[in-house]
Design a protein around this ligand. Structure first.
Ligand SMILES: [Zn+2]
Length: 270
């Protein structure tokens, strides 16, 4: 079947699927208001989808992004998984499509930024409302960091020693590049920066330095150290509390930087 849904302040979405082999309930549910809320969320946080149409096509193997459309396998998946796949593949249109970063040279700016936006969006679409929707990415990152196999994020996509290292670097570490940056410069400057990045660099193939300059301007902070440590080196962000001892009028807490990647620390005493 071929169905069309008019998104308010957004594109006409075309759904193309075979009711006999697709999980039809998923496709029907997606149309209710998930599509509208998806395009609204993306416009509010990352930029407005600029084309008049978008197609979701049953087919391919798993999910794959294409300009103005995505192929997804329609059957068998739970609705949230099905929607997450759509959100991920569609969101590529913002990063590899419209901003158009170089996927071979900087895979983390495509898969990572897409994964970051996907996790933020799914947290709202499915009303999980967790404080940090990127915890799975953190777990993958820690797994890679402790495996001894890490390679710099700046490694071109087809030059990694292991596919697993490419995957965790590009998807998880790429998403956490944004989440850690948000931690450093604060949510408001970060949110402004993501929109400014979209407005300033769409259709212009930005490099990592172009992105960084936007964030430096929005935050009024120098951030070259962060990009260098994060992208070009394999040092770890790892802090611990090494000592807690009572003193006359309170307690002394000693922090220890165990990894070589320096980060500002926000300390909450409860
Ligand atoms: Zn992807």
């Amino acid at each position: 079947v071929h169905q069309q849904i008019d998104i308010q302040n957004g594109p006409v979405v075309h759904l193309l699927f075979d009711p006999e082999t697709a999980n039809e309930a998923n496709w029907e549910l997606l149309k209710t208001d998930y599509l509208q809320r998806y395009f609204d969320f993306m416009a509010a946080h990352f930029g407005r989808y600029p084309y008049p149409q978008f197609s979701i096509i049953q087919g391919g193997d798993g999910g794959m992004e294409y300009p103005m459309c995505t192929m997804i396998l329609g059957g068998g998946d739970k609705f949230e998984g099905f929607t997450g796949l759509f959100v991920h593949e569609a969101t590529h249109n913002w990063y590899y499509g419209v901003l158009a970063t170089n996927e071979a040279a900087h895979p983390w700016m495509d898969e990572g930024f897409t994964s970051y936006a996907e996790e933020e969006c799914m947290n709202v679409l499915f009303e999980h409302n967790v404080e940090n929707p990127h915890l799975r990415a953190y777990r993958s990152y820690v797994y890679l960091d402790t495996s001894g196999l890490r390679e710099p994020l700046s490694t071109p996509a087809d030059h990694f020693n292991y596919n697993m290292v490419y995957g965790i670097n590009s998807y998880s570490a790429g998403a956490l590049f944004l989440n850690q940056l948000e931690y450093i410069i604060g949510e408001e400057a970060f949110a402004r920066g993501m929109k400014r990045y979209w407005n300033a660099w769409q259709f212009k193939h930005p490099t990592p330095y172009d992105f960084l300059r936007i964030m430096e301007r929005e935050s009024d902070l120098e951030l070259d150290w962060y990009l260098s440590y994060y992208k070009d080196q394999v040092k770890s962000i790892d802090y611990s509390i090494s000592e807690v001892s009572p003193v006359m009028n309170g307690t002394t807490v000693l922090f220890e930087r165990k990894g070589k990647f320096p980060m500002p620390l926000d300390i909450e005493v409860v």
